[in-house]
Write a protein of this length. Structure first.
Length: 323
């Protein structure tokens, strides 16, 4: 991994995860709370609360006005003041954030700054702290390519820290494991989404953070069901090398778990082939997102997270700038 031109985020080595590097994003969460833009403007206010009808919160008592529901009259205040007063209520609002965090084999790759899986964890951490600051619950599913780990939604800081520790353990424990069979991984990805469907409270903000290499048509029906009662967003993590962007000019033996070959990275045709393959994959993800009316956002593992979120440039175009 080439780290000579860009600085790693605080406490990060770009390959493994630590609690300090994830807790670091707590200091940056408040700047994206409403009325500020949520994370970046293209997310269209991902954490603006909507009425869910979970209950009623007491707001205030004011003097009775014609048209007020007589069942809401506060008799104690009315008796004390001699004038009728009404209790006012606001509908209680809740919008849990549920994260699906992919730390599988294809995500454990990075050519310039961070592994894609590390970038995914950083983004999940930021969203978790934003949700906690908004006094909502956060939880989700951690997917390692074969199995999933459930983290029930909670609004307690202790639970969020446990969630992050689970991401770290799931990521670091499997970093040296043997690559999984592709068919195994795609099947497990769909099962993980089904598990998310069972865990997710209605009215949730669901964010799928992945490179989506395990995405198949089988997932479409699951996303369709999730979209009926929740709001879904895709965050696609990519690496510059996947798009043919690299300073390396040598020949290297590479594998994508499907096939292995020697690639000459000094050849423009090699880089062009990588770019075309990346474009085909992205088009597949875009098409599924469009069919299901799911927003798709892109982040690069070749740039620090915060620099992408505060930039007016579409992060999906920033890989090419990180050469």
């Amino acid at each position: 991994m080439n780290k000579t031109t860009l600085s790693l985020p605080p406490h990060s080595n770009g390959v493994t995860l630590s609690l300090n590097e994830l807790v670091h994003y707590k200091n940056h969460s408040l700047q994206w709370l409403p009325p500020s833009q949520s994370v970046w403007s293209k997310m269209n206010g991902s954490h603006q609360s909507r009425q869910k009808g979970r209950g009623m919160d007491f707001s205030e008592v004011r003097q009775y006005q014609p048209g007020d529901d007589i069942r809401s009259i506060d008799w104690r205040v009315t008796a004390r003041t001699g004038k009728p007063h009404t209790k006012l209520y606001n509908e209680e609002r809740e919008q849990p954030t549920m994260l699906f965090i992919d730390v599988s084999d294809t995500m454990r790759f990075g050519s310039q700054l961070l592994f894609k899986s590390v970038q995914a964890a950083h983004f999940a951490s930021l969203l978790s702290w934003i949700t906690l600051a908004a006094k909502d619950r956060v939880g989700g599913i951690i997917f390692d390519g074969l199995s999933t780990l459930d983290c029930k939604p909670s609004s307690r800081q202790k639970s969020v820290l446990q969630f992050m520790q689970s991401i770290i353990e799931q990521h670091n424990t499997n970093s040296d494991s043997e690559p999984l069979d592709t068919a195994q991984q795609t099947s497990s990805f769909a099962k993980g989404l089904s598990q998310l469907q069972r865990l997710c409270p209605k009215g949730s903000e669901i964010v799928i953070i992945s490179d989506f290499y395990a995405l198949t048509d089988e997932c479409k029906a699951i996303f369709s069901q999730l979209s009926k009662h929740n709001r879904l967003q895709f965050v696609m993590i990519s690496d510059p090398l996947e798009q043919g962007s690299t300073r390396f000019n040598g020949t290297e033996y590479v594998s994508d778990n499907k096939r292995s070959a020697w690639l000459d990275f000094s050849s423009s045709s090699t880089k062009k082939a990588l770019e075309q393959q990346a474009n085909l994959h992205k088009a597949y993800v875009q098409n599924m997102a469009m069919q299901l009316s799911i927003q798709l956002h892109c982040l690069s593992s070749g740039l620090p997270l915060l620099s992408q979120l505060t930039s007016s440039q579409d992060p999906s175009q920033q890989d090419k700038g990180a050469k």
